[in-house]
Structures are given as structure tokens and as C-alpha cells.
Write a protein that binds this ligand. Structure first.
Ligand code: GLP
Length: 241
């Protein structure tokens, strides 16, 4: 694992955007695995700046997102579809055909997950996967469990995740109790992984992910076994390492 220690959120965002930009310079038609949440917002902003400055184009890029809440329509402001449009896709030259997200309202969610897994394989797998980290060490929506779930699947969200994510909803009762998420295997098959974390609330998770035992109780700990992981974090997130 390579760890970059940055002074603040701004510096994390700049570093992460530069790494993603370098990936697109290296391979114009990369498949990017994308994440949502507060952590990547600054990274997307800088990526858009790099695009507007003419440094990169997304014309040949394909994207696959990690997860989506079950039950939320694409047009719901709390959906990850909406988040991605707002924070990235509407600002860049990506072909909408090349954007892939799990549907939260598919009639058959299990089938939706199977199709998503097959689609990722069919487009050649993920070149670089961007990740945030949950306070309990979850990646995507892979919650602590007694075993690692390999493929894209439907997840029951834990109370701690529902509570952490409720800040973005009007009321905690509106937070969906389930989500569709890439599995641990889907994420681990990405050729390169870039994880960003800021703030004290992530310190426990980062310490366990980097230096704790590899266990499904801390899903992100499996990243210790991946050959190409870069973590970009601030002092606070690295304070318990
Ligand atoms: C959600 C997402 C994760 C994200 C996590 C942390 O649960 N499914 O992909 O990493 O939240 O979010 P934040 O960056 O807002 O702390």
C-alpha cells in the first residue's frame, strides 16, 4: 500500500484528482470505478477543473459506480445516480451510454446485480477504482459481516451506516434500509484502487484497514491483499495508525 499524508481535504482532493488524471493520460479509454459520499466531492471538482483546462477528456472513458440505494429512483436527489450527475457527469464530455450505475428500482434486484457483474467483466474490468471508507470500515456498501461477499449483491445496511448517511436526508426514517453494491471480489478485481479518507471519524477504520487483521468484520481490511492500493488521507484520518 502506498499512503499519501495530506494536510487537509483540499490537498486530498487535489492528489486524488491528479492520480485519476494520470490514469486517463496513461489509458484514455480507462474503465473508472466511481464512488459517492462526501469524500469524493472535492476530487470530482478538481477532475472537472482538469477537464475544463483541457488536460483530460472523458470521451472514451467508461464508468461503473460502486452502489445505489434500493428503492430510490434515478431522479431522487438522494440517489447516487443524482449525485453523480450533479458532481461529475453533467460537467464533462462523457457519453451517457458509457456510464453505468446499479438501478435502485429494478423489478428484480438480484438479477440487476448479476447483470451488473457480467457487464463489468464484459467491458474488460475496472482499471482504477475510487473508494471512500465507512466509519465501520465498509467499502461500497459491503458492511461488516462473518464472510466476504464476492459479487455484486443486495445488502442490508447497518444501523451505524444508516445513521452516518442520514445527515444527507431530511429524516433518518427516509434512509433506505437496503442497497445494491459491488461485492468485495468485484472491487478487488480492479487493477488499481485509490482510497480517500478525511477527518477523525475515519481514523479507526483507516487504522484497521491498513494495520489490523484481514477480516470480513472490517471489509476494507481485505485491501491489504491487493497489489496496487493507494490511500490518500489527512492527518486526522491517519491519527490512529
Ligand atoms: C456510503 C457509500 C460509501 C462511502 C461511505 C462514506 O456508505 N456507500 O461508498 O465510502 O458512505 O461516505 P462519506 O465519504 O460521506 O464519509
Amino acid at each position: 500500500m502506498k499512503i499519501y499524508r495530506e494536510k487537509d481535504y483540499e490537498a486530498i482532493s487535489l492528489r486524488a484528482a491528479n492520480i485519476l488524471t494520470a490514469q486517463l493520460v496513461l489509458k484514455q479509454n480507462s474503465v473508472l470505478g466511481l464512488a459517492t459520499g462526501s469524500s469524493p466531492i472535492g476530487t470530482y471538482k478538481k477532475l472537472v477543473e482538469n477537464y475544463k483546462a483541457g488536460e483530460i477528456s472523458f470521451r472514451d472513458v467508461r464508468t461503473v459506480n460502486l452502489d445505489e440505494y434500493k428503492g430510490l429512483k434515478d431522479s431522487d436527489p438522494n440517489s447516487y445516480h443524482y449525485f453523480m450527475q450533479e458532481n461529475l457527469f453533467s460537467h464533462i464530455d462523457i457519453d451517457p451510454e458509457n456510464v453505468h450505475l446499479l438501478s435502485g428500482v429494478a423489478e428484480d434486484s438480484d438479477l440487476e446485480c448479476e447483470k451488473y457483474e457480467r457487464m463489468i467483466r464484459a467491458i474488460g474490468g475496472i482499471d482504477m477504482q475510487l473508494l471512500g471508507i465507512g466509519r465501520n470500515g465498509h467499502i461500497g456498501f459491503n458492511e461488516p459481516d462473518s464472510s466476504f461477499t464476492v459479487n455484486t449483491h443486495v445488502v442490508d445496511l447497518t444501523e451505524s451506516t444508516i445513521e452516518a448517511n442520514s445527515r444527507l436526508f431530511d429524516d433518518i426514517s427516509q434512509v433506505p434500509r437496503q442497497a445494491l453494491s459491488m461485492g468485495i471480489g468485484t472491487i478487488m478485481h480492479a487493477k488499481r484502487i485509490l482510497l480517500i479518507a478525511n477527518g477523525e471519524s475515519k481514523a479507526d477504520a483507516i487504522a484497521k484497514v491498513v494495520a489490523g487483521p484481514v477480516t470480513p468484520e472490517v471489509p476494507g481490511s481485505i485491501l491489504q491483499l491487493h497489489p496496487d492500493v493507494t490511500i490518500v488521507a489527512d492527518d486526522k484520518a491517519l491519527s490512529k495508525l
